[in-house]
Write a protein that binds this ligand. Structure first.
Ligand SMILES: Cc1cc2nc3c(=O)[nH]c(=O)nc-3n(C[C@H](O)[C@H](O)[C@H](O)COP(=O)(O)OP(=O)(O)OC[C@H]3O[C@@H](n4cnc5c(N)ncnc54)[C@H](O)[C@@H]3O)c2cc1C
Length: 471
């Protein structure tokens, strides 16, 4: 029987892009293969989708088909001695840590939300706040099974079908569908981390503090106040976190209970956090984001004085899950993120230029985050030996303002690419076709397109992102 595709509105996580598509939620690999065959027989295309956490158009296909893998979500095996998990692609980071923490393990790489799926994490080769120290998500994938659009099932690892191993991880869902992945987790001796805050009064201080600490800290992430100008431009608060050694935290094992890791659902134990986004929406609409940022910066010295303190892994990593549906504060236009990755030597100059451009054009990001990165061996890597600066913009429903934002981001992208920078497709909504070769270099871009042609000769796997970037 032919699969039955359901017409739905499918949007990027930021709600700024999306459209109607036929959606199917398979539960078995046979259903995935049937979906490929069905669409191919009708000359159509499919976008693979995990949890739909990519901000832009990476997991959507307007007027096409979307294969939503979130119901293929079984953890198939876990070795509690070695800390190795075999998972279906729809297993989320949350599913993984909830299972593993009871055994004293934690995923080596986690993003800012626990909602992402393992398949989506591998396809985008996501990074955590420890990218400078341990590398990307792909570096903890041992092997995976990939279903190619031509119907063949391929086993991939560092010594079996290596070209596909290094290209499908980072390949933004263009080469095949992950059916199973084997992931290596890390041993932790406490359910908590030692966390400290450092107030940074300028961009120079911010970048220097990260650079100074990257040899010793396990995790580093810095918040930026994009509204600060002049000598204070780029000011922010850096958070450092370190794992605890055996015996350092006598209470630590108590936090191996998954319930002790969940982010709190209420504010002050009373107000449901799900009620907070309308207040944040008010701040955006009334143009008070600058004031909110100034207040946040003002409480930084108090946190610095109270540092270091102990915090659960969940509370430290998943700050962005504290307020459910916080992206709704940018309704009705939604949000986009612009996240350039810039080599260390160029970072301060480029980030200063980008911040000044936003301030001059009156489109200042409401949130900014700095991270330190290192290169990784995956074909479509976004990492550099340098820094990234995530810039979150609220998008206006008004066509003219929306176009002005896209135009500014494209001009900023040119500055980044001229400086040898890269972009991360999970966060992109603005790059155009010529940028693809500039991000990866002509030789790598050609190698990727040749692999695409080999695995998917009828070009069944397409997303709005791939049509924008690959043509
Ligand atoms: C609040 C928030 C914070 C974030 N913080 C970070 C961060 O700190 N670091 C970071 O790196 N990223 C971060 N992200 C981005 C996120 O990690 C990536 O977008 C990730 O790819 C999302 O996973 P997903 O399961 O939602 O995949 P989706 O967004 O659904 O899909 C992502 C890509 O994976 C492909 N794909 C999905 N499943 C499969 C499969 N089974 N086989 C092959 N391809 C597949 C899709 O085609 C698409 O190209 C954040 C996102 C949010 C919303």
């Amino acid at each position: 029987m032919a699969p039955s595709w359901n017409q739905e509105l499918v949007r990027g996580w930021g709600m700024a892009v999306g459209g109607a598509a036929g959606v199917l939620r398979p539960t078995t690999r046979e259903q995935v293969a049937d979906a490929f065959a069905d669409v191919q027989s009708r000359g159509g295309s499919i976008a693979l989708r995990g949890s739909g956490c990519s901000y832009g158009d990476a997991a959507i296909s307007s007027r096409g088909h979307v294969l939503d893998l979130s119901r293929m979500n079984k953890i198939l095996a876990f070795d509690p001695i070695a800390g190795i998990a075999r998972c279906e692609p729809g297993v989320t980071i949350r599913d993984l840590w909830r299972m593993a923490i009871s055994f004293g393990f934690w995923p080596k790489v986690v993003p800012g939300t626990m909602a992402v799926s393992i398949g989506g994490a591998a396809a985008m080769n996501i990074h955590g706040k420890n990218n400078f120290a341990v590398g990307s998500f792909g570096e903890c994938v041992r092997r995976f099974t990939l279903l190619l659009p031509n119907g063949s099932v391929v086993e991939c690892s560092r010594d079996q079908n290596e070209d596909l191993f290094f290209a499908a991880i980072s390949g933004f869902g263009m080469l095949g569908c992950f059916l199973e992945l084997e992931i290596e987790l890390k041993r932790v001796h406490s359910g908590r981390l030692r966390v400290g805050a450092v107030v940074c009064n300028s961009l120079t201080e911010n970048l220097e503090a990260i650079e100074r600490l990257q040899g010793e800290a396990d995790y580093l992430v810095s918040w930026i106040d994009f509204h600060a100008k002049g000598a204070q431009l780029g000011r922010g608060i850096l958070h450092r976190a370190d794992q605890l050694e055996p015996g350092e935290d006598p209470q630590g094992v108590r936090y191996f209970d998954p319930c002790m890791q969940d982010v709190p659902t209420t504010l002050f134990g009373v107000v449901p956090k799900g009620w907070l986004w309308p207040f944040m929406w008010g701040a955006v609409k009334l143009g008070q984001v600058g004031l909110v940022n100034a207040l946040k910066f003002a409480v930084g010295p108090r946190e610095q004085r109270q540092s270091p303190y102990l915090q659960s892994h969940g509370a430290f990593h998943f700050l962005l899950d504290y307020v459910p549906r916080w992206q709704w504060m940018t309704k009705p236009g939604g949000l986009i993120q612009f996240q350039p990755f810039v080599p260390a030597a160029q970072a301060e100059r480029v980030f200063r230029l980008l911040t000044e451009t936003c301030q001059r054009e009156g489109m200042v990001p409401y949130l900014g985050v700095l991270k330190r990165h290192r290169p990784d061996p995956f074909l479509m890597t976004h990492a550099v030996d340098g820094f990234s600066m995530a810039m979150d913009f609220a998008v206006s429903k008004r066509k003219q303002q929306r176009e002005a934002l896209w135009s500014m981001c494209r001009r900023m992208a040119d500055l980044v690419l001229d400086a040898g920078g890269r972009f991360y497709y999970a966060k992109d909504a603005v790059l155009e076709q010529p940028s693809f070769e500039r991000v990866h270099g002509a030789e790598v871009a050609q190698r990727f397109l040749a692999l695409k042609n080999r695995c998917d000769p009828h070009c069944i796997l397409q997303t709005d992102l791939s049509r924008r970037l690959l043509g």
